[in-house]
Design a protein around this ligand. Structure first.
Ligand SMILES: [Fe+2]
Ligand SMILES: [Fe+2]
Length: 262
């Protein structure tokens, strides 16, 4: 799964789709050259680019515009979800607007479908949210209204991911794009005391149900690259974790009909 080397057509005659993914680019005007360099050759090495949130440093629209200008020059489609940093200035709608002006498709609890070499690729994207993991500090739907509101909002993200995965159920390749992690696997390296704020295993439920081909997320800057949810590969593509600008995954098409769904 985690490969950088393109290969030939698979047994069904499909050429693998090359999916580049990165997260936590934290763009800002003063970081433009650094981000540009990180993505310099991505159009040659991938069929699409996924941005797993924390696109900006402080969620300012001009930071989003700087990233949009870089992505506008790429020759492949770009898909993104927001991260917590992109919400910090309280201007997420303007941030999304600037990103979309650069041709970036921003997913927020919905999906996109494209054709790559005749193969349908579906991307289900949402930011995700906090909540923690079984065996550590799991937030529950109990007590003060503020804490219960966090629990409710995380539940909205889970429902949105489930709905987005249903939308792309018949795509030959299905990808989940998140900012927060659905598993503790890719948080190993982070202090256990902050795992509650790095994701939640509640996001794993729709992944278990729909079995996408690939899940990528960011946010955990000192976590681990590779993990899984019930056999579904999950990768933390945060730049500080990967120590490179992006990683390219190769995915092969699966034939799906309504009868094969569950
Ligand atoms: Fe980040
Ligand atoms: Fe983040």
């Amino acid at each position: 799964m985690a490969t950088e080397q393109p290969t030939g057509a698979n047994a069904r005659g499909h050429t693998p789709v090359r999916v580049a993914a990165t997260g936590d680019v934290h763009c800002a005007r003063e970081r433009t050259k650094e981000v540009e360099a990180a993505l310099a050759d991505v159009s040659d090495r991938a069929d699409m680019l996924l941005l797993a949130g924390d696109l900006t440093t402080h969620g300012e629209p001009d930071e989003a515009a700087a990233l949009a200008a870089i992505c506008h020059r790429l020759e492949i489609p770009v898909f993104a979800v927001l991260g917590n940093h992109d919400c910090h200035a309280g201007r997420p709608t303007e941030v999304i607007g600037r990103l979309e002006q650069g041709g970036i498709r921003v997913l927020g609890g919905d999906s996109a479908t494209i054709k790559v070499a005749g193969q349908s690729v579906g991307i289900a994207g949402t930011k995700g949210f906090v909540g923690g993991f079984a065996g550590s500090s799991h937030l529950s739907d109990f007590g003060e209204p503020a804490l219960r509101e966090l629990y409710r909002l995380a539940g909205c993200e889970v429902e949105a991911l489930d709905g987005a995965l249903r939308e792309i159920a018949l795509c030959q390749i299905r990808i989940v794009l998140l900012h927060y992690s659905p598993t503790g696997d890719t948080l190993v390296g982070e202090p256990p005391g902050i795992w509650t704020f790095l994701g939640t295993d509640r996001l794993a439920a729709p992944i278990v149900e729909h079995e996408p081909d690939l899940v990528v997320h960011g946010h955990a800057h000192v976590g681990s690259f590779e993990g899984a949810v019930a056999g579904v590969p999950v990768y933390n593509v945060s730049i500080p974790v990967m120590r490179r600008g992006y990683h390219t995954f190769e995915l092969s098409a699966q034939e799906r009909t309504a009868a094969t769904l569950r």
